[in-house]
Structures are given as C-alpha cells and as structure tokens.
Design a protein around this ligand. Structure first.
Ligand code: ADP
Ligand code: ADP
Length: 230
C-alpha cells in the first residue's frame, strides 16, 4: 500500500497541490481526471520527486519519508518503487528499444547483462514489440515508442507505475494499441496511477476515478458512481 498525506507543492506563490491525501491499495488501478492546469501531472511528478514537494509524508514499501526534506538516498529509494511513463516517451535516442529497457537494470540495479536482456525480451513480447528489440526509437512510431516506455517501466518491477498522459502526444491511430497494453497490465493487477483524458479507459479499467480541481481532490469513487448521468 502507498500512502500520501498533506502533499503540498507551490510554484512561486501559486499553490498547485493544496494538501493532497491519497491511499493506493496494492493492485489498484486509479485514473486521475480533471481540467487542465489543476495539478494532476504535478501530483505524479511529486510522487517520483521529479518535482520537490514543499510538504508531505509518503509511505511506500518500507519507506516512510518527509517529502520536503527527503535525502538523496530516500529519493532514489522512492524512485525504485515508482516507475514513470512520460507523455513524450523520454526514451534514450542513442539506445535501441531493448537497451532502453535494460539500461536501468544494468546501470542502477547492477543486474548481469544477460539476465537483463532476457527480461527485456520477455517484456518486449508482452508489449507486442518482439521484432523491434534492435530498433532505434526514431525508427519507431509514436505508439511503438510509448510501448517501449511502458516496457521500461514494467522492467523496474515497481510498487506502482505512474502514467502521465501516456497517449496525449500520440496520433489518434496509435492511441488504441497503447491503451490495450495498459489494459493488459491492469488485468494483471499491476498497481497504476494514470493521468489521462481517455474517459473510456477510465470508465472501463479504473477501480477508482479521482477528480482533481484547483490542486485538490474534489471527488473520487468507482467509475460507475463518478460517471453517473445526473
Ligand atoms: P495538469 O496536469 O492538471 O494539467 P499541471 O500539474 O501540469 O496540471 O500544472 C498545474 C499548474 O502548475 C499549472 O498552472 C502549471 O502552469 C503550473 N506549473 C507546472 N509546472 C510548473 C513549473 N515547472 N513552473 C511553474 N509553474 C508550473
Ligand atoms: P460517455 O457518456 O461518453 O459514455 P462517460 O460516461 O464515461 O462517457 O463519461 C462522460 C463524461 O462525463 C466524461 O468526459 C467525464 O469527464 C464527465 N464526468 C461525469 N461525471 C463526472 C464527475 N463527477 N467528475 C468528473 N467528470 C465527470
């Protein structure tokens, strides 16, 4: 289980996250929706310390950390438990699809190269890219690149995968294949926190939908309840 208490983030004098409380159960699929500029992406980025929170307490795995004063070592430990999928894929351009997945395992987690490559091959198969192991990102479609991005997150074997608008940069023709990879992960009960405008996905896949506005969670519940027609 992951627990966040009183998460606050300000940019200058603007309070973008206004004391967020959030608990995520193991295996839970949460979709975060809400108007643009309400802090959805900032919430995810704070959970991964891509932004430095101004306040907040985070419990994840065996870590319990004051988010404002977290040490470098605590931040690395949190990142190990929170894999991130970026809107713009953020792949290494000078590494192949396979190397994008093995990189962290070899460099950070000190896996033997052969073991890392084996896992990466299995993951590429699961995201439907077994024939693209040696392809450079630039030669892949947006949908294929994002599936590598998801594969990289899967390889981290993190407590939770954070998806930050994973289909928003894609041409419409590639959205479906990325969503179906995410759906397959959800069916395996990979814990996921997903910021997306894909309401069909939220409706069909989420256990819980969180509606954010003005830096706060204003409503949450199962999609059947939240998307009820008035
Ligand atoms: P959402 O994901 O809901 O669209 P964001 O979390 O991206 O919202 O942004 C929330 C607010 O914080 C917006 O007003 C945005 O302009 C602002 N913001 C985001 N990142 C920064 C930054 N690095 N510096 C200053 N303001 C930022
Ligand atoms: P459709 O009506 O196309 O089948 P859904 O019922 O899944 O789609 O969702 C309809 C729309 O209603 C979504 O775009 C969603 O943003 C909006 N909506 C309905 N209720 C809420 C709510 N309580 N909070 C946020 N958005 C809501």
């Amino acid at each position: 289980m992951i627990k966040v208490r009183n998460l606050v983030k300000q940019f200058g004098n603007t309070r973008v996250l206004d004391g967020i409380d959030l608990e995520i159960q193991k295996g839970e699929i949460i979709v975060v929706i809400g108007p643009s500029g309400t802090g959805k992406s900032t919430l995810l980025r704070c959970l991964n310390f891509l932004e430095q929170p101004d306040a907040g307490q985070l419990q994840i795995g065996d870590i319990d950390v004051d988010m404002n004063t977290a040490t470098r070592q605590q931040i690395l430990a949190v990142r190990r438990h929170t894999a991130f999928v970026f809107q713009n894929y953020a792949l290494f351009a000078n590494k192949t699809a396979l190397e994008n997945i093995t990189e962290r395992l070899i460099v950070v987690d000190r896996w033997p190269e052969e073991k890392a490559r084996e896992l990466a091959h299995r993951i590429l198969e699961r995201v439907g890219l077994s024939d693209k192991a040696d392809a450079w990102p630039a030669s892949l479609s947006g949908g294929q690149q994002q599936r590598v991005g998801i594969g990289r997150a899967m390889a981290a074997q993190a407590e939770v995968i954070l998806f930050d608008e994973p289909t928003s940069s894609l041409d419409p023709e590639w959205v479906g294949e990325v969503l179906s990879v995410m759906k397959a992960l959800a069916e395996e009960r990979q814990t996921m926190l997903v910021v997306t405008h894909e309401m069909r996905f939220a409706h069909d896949v989420a256990d819980r939908v969180i509606f954010m506005d003005g830096g706060s969670i204003v409503e949450q519940g199962p999609p059947s309840q939240l998307f009820q027609e008035p």
